[in-house]
Design a protein around this ligand. Structure first.
Ligand code: DGY
Length: 325
């Protein structure tokens, strides 16, 4: 029986599938395995089920050795994986697209409301025993009906967010994308525009682009300078898409009304990060896909990916083509 290492506890549905075929070891620590331990654990494995916090690079692939057939990332994002290095070594890489779209889109909407309506300072007001009276001028926020949302990256999650906002609040939808999206243009009366136009005209900006060389630091000082002063910025993509120092400045100077972040750079944020101090910034610990339904489907898809790869078949949710020669 081949060995498979799973780098964190995941829902049992996927684990049971793996356990029916392989000798499975699960790292059940609250924190990820330290790098040296991880490299030791994967040695000789046929497959590894990884998290977005595990770096899968040439050192990882080398440490796993020649038996390694596949790495299944328990995420749709795969910026933690050097897919090219894996392809060169004939290691299949897979992810979990689609099943976390609704969960992540719901998180983005939650962050928009929470940031736009000042939930974070309001919750703190209650928990820190500062709540004195009904106050007509406290925690005044923004309304959404009829406003404009700018979706940066109109993929599955971006369009699910746009759909909620268009049909729910009659919001006008602008978006950036590498390609035209005629279906969303028609269904949501959406308009593809340049990033600068989107930033200038949107009341809510929601980031859904993957992290690549071109999108690292995509939203920086110049981009904040284009935004409306009452704008709300939401990020459920990757923390590195925003220049965080520029975000702190924009929030402190009132260039931006508020931000809602499910992702930061790094994760977790250091204790002394100035972002933690700002009332106008609500931060979640990367829980975009954290529903029972999404996580359970993610575990099944990751297991199916590994079973296929170890059996010499293409992964059903594969990201590369590997040569069997
Ligand atoms: C992903 O899948 O990429 C999310 O960021 C975590 O679920």
């Amino acid at each position: 029986m081949g060995r498979v290492f799973v780098t964190r506890s995941v829902p049992q549905e996927g684990l049971s599938k793996l356990q029916s075929q392989f000798e499975v070891e699960v790292w059940d620590g609250r924190d990820p395995p330290p790098r040296d331990v991880l490299l030791e654990k994967i040695s000789g494995c046929f497959g590894v089920l990884t998290m977005l916090s595990d770096r899968v690079d040439s050192v990882f692939l080398e440490a796993a050795g020649r038996e390694l057939k596949g790495v299944a990332n328990f995420a749709v994002g795969f910026n933690n994986i050097d897919v090219e290095a894996a392809t060169v070594r004939g290691v299949a890489i897979g992810n979990t697209p689609g099943v976390l779209t609704d969960a992540t889109a719901d998180t983005a909407i939650g962050l928009m409301i929470a940031a736009g309506r000042c939930f974070w300072p309001a919750v703190r007001n209650v928990s820190e025993l500062q709540w004195r009276n009904w106050e007509p001028m406290m925690f005044l926020g923004q309304e959404f009906r009829g406003k404009t949302v700018g979706i940066v990256g109109m993929g599955r999650i971006g369009s699910a967010v746009a759909e909620r906002l268009h049909f729910g609040w009659g919001m006008k939808v602008l978006y950036t994308s590498r390609t035209d999206k005629t279906d969303v243009d028609q269904r949501l009366s959406a308009k593809r525009v340049e990033l600068d136009t989107l930033l200038r005209e949107s009341d809510v900006i929601s980031l859904h682009t993957s992290l690549q060389k071109e999108t690292r630091g995509l939203i920086g000082r110049d981009q904040f300078g284009l935004m409306k002063p009452n704008a709300i910025l939401v990020n459920t993509a990757r923390g590195e898409v925003i220049d965080q120092d520029a975000l702190v400045q924009a929030l402190k100077s009132g260039q931006l009304f508020a931000a809602g972040l499910d992702v930061t750079d790094p994760e977790p944020l250091p204790n002394d990060s100035p972002l933690r101090q700002l009332d106008s910034c609500i931060i979640l610990p990367h829980i975009g896909s954290a529903t029972f339904q999404a996580r359970s489907k993610m575990s099944m898809m990751a297991a199916e990916n590994l079973i296929a790869a170890v059996g010499g078949m293409p992964m059903p949710y594969g990201l590369n083509r590997v040569c069997k020669c």
